[in-house]
Design a binder for this molecule. Structure first.
Ligand SMILES: CC(=O)N[C@H]1[C@@H](OP(=O)(O)OP(=O)(O)OC[C@H]2O[C@@H](n3ccc(=O)[nH]c3=O)[C@H](O)[C@@H]2O)O[C@H](CO)[C@@H](O)[C@@H]1O[C@H](C)C(=O)N[C@@H](C)C(=O)N[C@H](CCC(=O)O)C(=O)O
Ligand SMILES: Nc1ncnc2c1ncn2[C@@H]1O[C@H](COP(=O)(O)OP(=O)(O)OP(=O)(O)O)[C@@H](O)[C@H]1O
Ligand SMILES: N[C@H](CCC[C@H](N)C(=O)O)C(=O)O
Ligand SMILES: [Mg+2]
Length: 482
């Protein structure tokens, strides 16, 4: 594709050299550059892409996109803009043929519920006969082809390449999670969304955003960018729900389980197997558990209706769908107790999943096994331990993904949040496998063991290495079932 076409919608820009050269690909990482590529120098949090231009040219870059004064070897076309981070999405989407002009893209943002909602919509629309794509924390899908996910929302080049492949495969819809990092870093720049969904806003990622207001405003920017032809579905029960859409040109729809809203839902009956719900005045039985999932399914229902689906068909398909990998998955022990694998790794998620477990538990106890990720928000650690202790009969604090931190330091940060009474019911075991085994050893018939924080993750990330580790496998081994 001609460079002049790829950079056509960048304003302002200064071009030095030939803009009619053919570009074979766009790249933000000098280490991946191929001959004829356009290398985009982006200032990052760890380093500055501008320092890798020579390397990119060595590997054959034919042009560079910069936003700083830099020395560039002779014969290389230089395009200068004010902000290369902002330009990357626009350039990537142009290079990949503006995929969102040819596929209906729906974005989900919020602290918790993104993977659940995006994945349920993907499964629902495929069950309705549509070819679909999914961009998610757990995995990306181009129709039914898996593409491993490195991020919840990938960089703009990867994202547009995936969307272009979905278009090529004939996908009509793409459902994606829009993380706050991604919105802040403009990874979704240049994309046209036909709809956006807000789940909720509670504490997470303050290591990156520094303040809750910055975190909120990053999420809000997504809705500010929706055009009037799009829809925006927001949670009327979240105190930031209406803030998200206060400057939104899209058609707004609200959902709630307790106040006036366009879409109302409530639980009629519930058990560890699922719930009977009243959604928008109609009863539907679902395999999902927990009041928090009523919110997720309301958002799914609203989006499907806004995308033109009949309400009856939406509810019929909804009742046939299974929980998402690592989100409230129950495993029964032959000894009469059960375990729940869940991805809860924020205080609010722990509160919600433990509320759900306490709502369905009969006479037994709740035993919670949880940790916290290394190199993530430290402030949430003591709060997570408090919420676990407040809502469980026994707590075992253990390791999650320590990453480059000392696992014991993370555990100590969590324990620091507990008062004397909470400490009475809490122990800590650094080795996650041992912690799960200890929970199973102490369980009695009727108890429910929550193993939280990792969900679908088939690994434990330690010092940059992802060692195989799967909560489901460890629970089954401890239960003595395969
Ligand atoms: C904090 C964060 O989001 N960092 C992301 C960011 O990296 P960065 O800004 O630190 O980049 P950098 O390492 O400083 O490099 C700057 C630039 O130089 C380039 N470079 C770098 C080295 C080199 O040799 N050559 C070169 O060209 C890089 O490609 C980059 O463009 O841009 C990179 C390229 O797109 C991302 O891979 C990286 O994600 C890191 C690995 C990460 O862990 N991100 C997490 C926190 C994240 O994004 N999480 C969210 C939310 C998770 C959730 O709630 O589910 C997600 O969407 O996954
Ligand atoms: N609507 C909700 N409100 C509160 N908690 C929720 C909600 N939906 C899910 N959860 C809890 O949060 C956990 C994560 O859910 P999910 O993976 O869908 O969220 P996410 O937004 O994709 O998270 P991440 O930002 O880490 O990718 C679940 O395992 C559950 O404990
Ligand atoms: N078990 C993971 C969950 C968080 C992963 C994702 N939300 C991120 O922050 O990268 C951890 O706490 O390490
Ligand atoms: Mg997710």
């Amino acid at each position: 594709m001609k460079l002049s076409t790829i950079i056509g919608n960048l304003q302002p820009k200064v071009i030095t050299g030939d803009a009619e050269i053919d570009i074979t690909g766009v790249n933000i990482d000098s280490r991946q550059v191929k001959p004829g590529n356009l290398f985009i120098a982006v200032k990052g949090t760890v380093s500055n892409g501008h320092q890798y231009i020579a390397k990119a040219v060595e590997l054959g870059a034919a042009a560079v996109l910069v936003c700083e004064d830099v020395e560039v070897p002779q014969g290389i076309t230089v395009v200068r803009v004010d902000d290369t981070e902002d330009a990357t999405g626009k350039v990537a989407t142009a290079f990949y043929g503006n995929p969102t002009e040819h596929i209906r893209l729906i974005g989900v943002t919020g602290t918790n519920g993104k993977t659940t909602i995006a994945t349920v919509l993907y499964n629902m629309f495929r069950a309705m006969g549509h070819k679909c794509g999914l961009i998610s924390t757990v995995c990306n899908y181009i129709e039914d082809r898996e593409v491993p996910a490195s991020h919840t929302t990938p960089d703009p080049v990867t994202l547009n390449r995936l969307l272009a492949e979905m278009v090529k495969e004939g996908c009509e819809y793409a459902f994606m999670e829009c993380s706050s990092h991604a919105i802040q870093q403009k990874r979704i720049g240049g994309l046209k969304f036909v709809g956006g969904i807000f789940t909720n806003l509670t504490r997470d990622h303050l290591d990156y955003h520094k303040t809750f207001e910055n975190y909120r405003d990053a999420k809000k920017a997504f809705f500010d960018g929706l055009d009037k032809s799009a829809f925006a579905i927001t949670n009327a029960d979240d105190k930031n729900g209406m803030i998200m859409v206060q400057n939104c040109a899209a058609k707004v729809l609200t959902y709630s389980t307790r106040t006036a809203a366009d879409l109302k839902g409530k639980i009629v009956e519930e058990s560890i197997e699922g719930m009977l719900l009243d959604i928008d005045g109609q009863e539907v039985s679902v395999r999902f558990v927990g009041r928090f999932n009523v919110y997720n399914l309301l958002a799914v229902y609203g989006a499907a209706v806004m995308l033109g689906k009949e309400k009856e068909e939406v509810l019929r398909v909804l009742s046939s769908l299974h929980p998402v990998n690592g989100r409230f998955e129950a495993i029964r022990s032959p000894k009469g107790f059960s375990a729940v694998v869940d991805y809860a790794h924020t205080p609010d998620a722990l509160v919600n999943v433990l509320q759900a477990i306490n709502d369905i538990k009969k006479q037994g106890r709740v035993i919670t096994v949880c940790g916290a990720g290394g190199n993530r928000d430290k402030g949430k650690r003591p709060i997570m331990a408090q919420e676990a202790a407040k809502n469980s009969d026994r707590v075992i604090i253990t390791s999650d993904n320590p990453r480059f931190e000392n696992p014991q330091d993370i555990i100590n940060d969590m324990l620091a949040g507990l008062d004397e009474e909470m400490m009475q019911k809490t122990i800590s075991i650094t080795d996650r496998r041992e912690a799960i085994r200890a929970a199973v050893m102490m369980a009695q018939p009727g108890d429910i063991i929550l193993v939280a924080g990792k969900g679908h993750e088939p690994y434990q990330e330690i010092e940059g290495v992802k060692h195989h580790f799967d909560d489901h496998e460890e629970i089954k081994k401890a239960f003595g079932i395969d």
